[in-house]
Design a protein around this ligand. Structure first.
Ligand code: COA
Length: 258
């Protein structure tokens, strides 16, 4: 059985980290595969959203595979760090909307991976944290950059410099996750998000995602120029015409992603 499963149903790709026995830890092989999987969505017009989850009910992802790393001398860790950072960068670079369906806790690289998604829905008994400083390292796959963007610098420093673990409810309170749900409602909550996304024009969603991400931290005038550039993509799309025609006819639009 593969360590990363990919299934496509109803225009949604479901990607599962499939190593429940080691809490879906990110081995080098998993990281390389995630890079390939992320890249494979680029030209798939038939896929409008991607959901990433973990196998089992214990953890979404326990982060870097610490057992695999253990025997590796510090001088040879670069390929490991490159693989995990590369996987999370590749995931964050997916242009379609992504949802982390967090079936359990997420630590270190596991939380960094979750943060590389557009939406995070998490079970209410999960715990999350960037625990690296307690392991003699530090977040190295985007954590120090993505966490402050989501929750602000003060909260990010609490979590990163102390390696603090927090529960799902607290994660929601500080804006780290979008939704907290009981375990038996996780799938329904993600399905509801997907249903909302299905009503939106795929090119518009991708262009807006890009505008938000590229504009972050820029001067307002630069951000507005980026927004304009992204807007152009929608301006000449078939879906723009469909949206206007559907509105005029009082019927639901049928978007094609073109
Ligand atoms: N890398 C490799 N193996 C891991 C792992 C990781 N990051 N996290 C857990 N595992 C393995 C454990 O060693 C154990 O293996 P074993 O059955 O051979 O002993 C198995 O997964 C189950 O772990 P266990 O701790 O018994 O499960 P749990 O459900 O009680 O707790 C966690 C799960 C995730 C809370 C706990 O394993 C943990 O804290 N892991 C480390 C998380 C972390 O700090 N990651 C940061 C990486 S930078």
């Amino acid at each position: 059985m593969s360590d990363v499963l990919v299934e496509v149903h109803d225009r949604v790709a479901w990607v599962t980290l499939n190593r429940a026995d080691v809490r879906n830890a990110l081995s080098r092989a998993v990281n390389l595969r995630l890079q390939d999987v992320a890249a494979s969505f680029e030209h798939r017009e038939d896929i409008v959203a991607i959901v990433l989850t973990g196998a089992g009910d214990k953890a979404f992802c326990a982060g870097a595979d610490l057992k695999e790393r253990k025997g590796v001398p510090a001088s040879e860790t670069a390929p490991y760090l490159n693989a995990i950072a590369g996987a999370i960068e590749a995931w964050g670079a997916i242009r379609k909307p992504t949802i982390a369906m967090m079936n359990g806790s997420a630590y270190g690289g596991g939380l960094e991976l979750a943060m590389a998604n557009d939406f995070r829905v998490i079970v209410d008994d999960a715990v999350v944290g960037l625990t690296e400083v307690q392991l003699g390292i530090m977040p190295g796959a985007g954590g120090t950059q993505r966490l402050p963007r989501l929750v602000g610098e003060a909260r990010a420093k609490e979590l990163i410099l102390l390696g603090r673990r927090i529960g799902a409810a607290r994660a929601k309170e500080i804006g780290l996750v979008n939704e907290v749900v009981p375990r038996d409602q996780l799938r329904a909550a993600v399905d509801a998000l997907l249903a909302e996304l299905a009503l939106c024009a795929p090119l518009s969603v991708a262009a807006a995602k890009s505008a938000i991400e590229r504009g972050h931290g820029r001067r307002l005038d630069e951000g507005l120029a980026i927004e304009r550039e992204c807007y152009e993509v929608t301006l000449f799309s078939e879906d723009r015409n469909e949206g206007l025609a559907a509105f005029a006819a009082g019927r639901p639009p049928r978007y094609q992603g073109r």
